[in-house]
Ligand binder design. Sequence first.
Ligand code: G4P
Length: 537
Amino acid sequence: MPPNFHQTFMSFLSEIKRRRTFGIISHPDAGKTTLTEKLLLYGGAIQEAGAVKNNKIKKGATSDFMEIERQRGISVATSVLAFIYKDKKINILDTPGHKDFAEDTFRTLTAVDSVIVVIDVAKGVEEQTEKLVEVCRMRNIPMIVFINKLDREGKDAFDLLDEVEQKLGLRVSPMSFPIGMGYDFKGIYNIWEKKLNLFSGENKQTVSEGIEFNDVNDPQLDTIVGEKAATVLREELELVYEVYPSFNSEEYLNGTLQPVFFGSALNNFGVQELLDCFIEIAPSPRPKEAEERTVDASEEKMTGFVFKIHANMDPKHRDRLAFVKIVSGMFKRNEPYLHVRQQKKLKFSSPNAFFAEKKEIVDVSYPGDIVGLHDTGNFKIGDTLTAGEVLNFRGIPSFSPEHFRYVNNADPLKSKQLYKGLDQLMDEGVAQLFTLEINGRKVIGTVGALQYEVIQYRLAHEYGAKCTYENLNVHKACWVEATDPKNSEFAEFKRVKQRFLARDKQNKLVFFADSAFTIQMTQSKYPSVKLHFTSEF
Ligand code: G4P
């Protein structure tokens, strides 16, 4: 082995080891945006708060199309927020909290190596958090929980930990514990670093330096926080040590133990402790399963996959930005890579890397990084790129949409534009398109009603096409698996249910069930025909 090869390989490994690629998930309003901003401030990536804030889809923005467009523009910039903190390269992948964009978030979760879950101390575990955590749990993604807004009156810390365990199915290990709450909130005891972090000043805007405190029985504690608070803290910590497992890196990394922090993102309290612990314990890029084999980040040859596609904001330029997560090897500018689905080699002369709020053309990216590739329609979400090997990364399934509508062409002279537009919007993952078996009519399925307006608006503005919708009563789209395709039961199922059968974009057979009862009845009548709620089973 030539000596400089060894050196290059060692520096490649250290680049991988210093990367932390993660997402922050929460129910809207729990404080994801505020926390993201505070993390960026610590990384020196932004100079003032408020920079990321505008990315949020505002409540009631449903019919304000300019607002949607504006958000779309900003969300390109904040799709990946990267910064360096204590020599670690941190990539935060944006996960929209708005439930109409939940599918976007599910897909982004295929590209993260860990997540931070933000919970509002007063509201506790909310619906959207439950759904997103379930996806992370199914994939054994390491999770850290941050309980936010401790400056407000909220639920009792133990009740909250119970709720997190029960509703989210997690096994928690408190890494810090609050001293008081709301009006009486004095600070936190950092179990991880054995330090006391206290608010100073009346307004709870300033935080004192952490005070080393190896033993909470030290009478000094009474002097610092007051006798009453010290006694309560001692009792509570005793209970914490007794009831909850202590932190174990292996269990955290395999998704069976979740460390919990308390703090207040708005007041910058507990955020640095979270970040300092995060860079220590959170995983660098993890191995990823492909249909053919598992790929390790340290492999020399480049592999990666597309998890997000963003249309260009300028309608005159039809190109799009495909976001690729690098799984292994180095991604190099102008190097030919195999687009596995299309079986063709592509070169990229201007791959973008993301920094705080801007993107820049880069020559080399490492595993864990996200590169943005200009695309004229080659990519779909889920596509794999490699240095030549035929590999297909798994784990970007379609979920059953919640809403279904027929789509009609409202301008017969523009049908080509309509179908092209629909095709490209579906590749971007805005919604799912189904074709009914019986008459070829097109049905659009979405997670939220907002998408129908986005589609109509974008078809008109970017493709010059017009569409109208018609309601369709579907409860769930079920992907059909015939366990024995040759038996007469499957033929009978197809004959009886022909009016409710459709094909998705991959030409997979889908059954439109009008109620949960229908699904149950169909399953018991045709036991060899399995119905699935996601396209990957
Ligand atoms: P999201 O991205 O999860 O939807 O939440 P976001 O950070 O936007 O926070 C939602 C609201 O909660 C914001 O208030 C924000 O200022 C507030 N918030 C976040 N962290 C804390 C905290 O630690 N303590 C307190 N008391 N509030 C917090 P808003 O009034 O909706 O927005 P804004 O007008 O302040 O921007």
